[in-house]
Design a protein around this ligand. Sequence first.
Ligand SMILES: Cc1ncc(COP(=O)(O)O)c(C=O)c1O
Length: 401
Amino acid sequence: MPGDLQAELQSRLADIEAASLYRRRYVQARGHGPVVESDGRRYLNFCSNDYLGLAEHPDLQRAMAESARRHGSGSGASQLISGHNREHAALEEAIADFLGCDRALYFSTGYAANVGTLDALMGRGDSIVADALNHASLIDGARLSGAAKLIFPHADLAAAQTQLREASGAGNRLLLSDSVFSMDGDRADLAGLAGLAARHHAWTMVDDAHGFGVLGDGRGAFTGMRPGQCLDTPAPWPDVYVATLGKAAGAAGAFVAGSHALIEYLIQRARSYVFSTAPPPPVAAAARAGLALLRQEHWRRDRLRGHIERFRAGARAMGLPLVESQTPIQPLLLGAPDTALALSDSLRRQGVLVSAIRPPTVPPGTSRLRITLTAGHDEDQIDRLLDVLDVARQPGLRRAV
Ligand SMILES: Cc1ncc(COP(=O)(O)O)c(C=O)c1O
């Protein structure tokens, strides 16, 4: 009956369930490291983005506790009213120092950073040329901005070039990409994108959420580059660089890094920054402690690389449906959502957590298990994962390979 909200919602939920697309949350009773507790049981966790194993590190816990004692738990107001705490300022300075850029701006989440930045920079009459597999927050920011959206097939630079040509009207153009694609783990051709942008006088914005802390010496996809450099190797710094602090840095929030003018402008105009309570100072303190470890402890990245190689070698030997990814994101492509869900449930029963990723997060027909490896795991845990994935024991996988 029109007007009956409850009936309408029940019917929509039933449709989601019938399509094997229903999402359920599991309460984690303890931790988000390699071993977690849920429903009174311990599980090996292969679905966290805590890539360097910092989210439970004592340095971060101490920084958070000390900051909470000094500053309290909340910020009390937005950054432009009275919420801009010295912890936020110190974090922004530490990020800019690490990356070698003018300034950084700390947002409460990566979602807020992307949506707020795109909406602030772009508007009607402008064009955004974007990879089809970009993160939802980039897609939503592009939508909100009111700019024309031209979506090129994943990693297809020839198509991106055509779209940049098509978009050569009066407005500004922005080439927009993830650096590491969050559901596939593959990397964008940043040098190629930068070359295209330069030739077509477009701005560039790159989301390095899954590269920052993990790639290179920790400075992510643009390690070895300094903002303002225009060399072609590995890729010139983008005009707008975004990364999150809730993944490799072990805390929460995100930042935009770039020029003084970019940051000042976002402070004036990024609505998700201006009209939102500042993140709690203790979270910024934990992020700064995470950043310090991420800068110094290169062994974490070495260990992670070792795990990636070990997992891929084992998975290849078993004929698992790997994709071309050298990052900690190692999806197994299965196709149908019910296959992915059944496998994820089966692994869960065996004490291993791997999430099933289904549409709309990924395109129809590409449902998958999204395995993430971290420096917090040990080799035995990687071997245990391979053991439970053994094709011979998993009918769903047998069908998929
Ligand atoms: C590529 C990418 N960008 C942005 C985000 C959003 O970051 P946050 O979780 O801090 O909102 C995510 C996922 O969380 C992501 O994978």
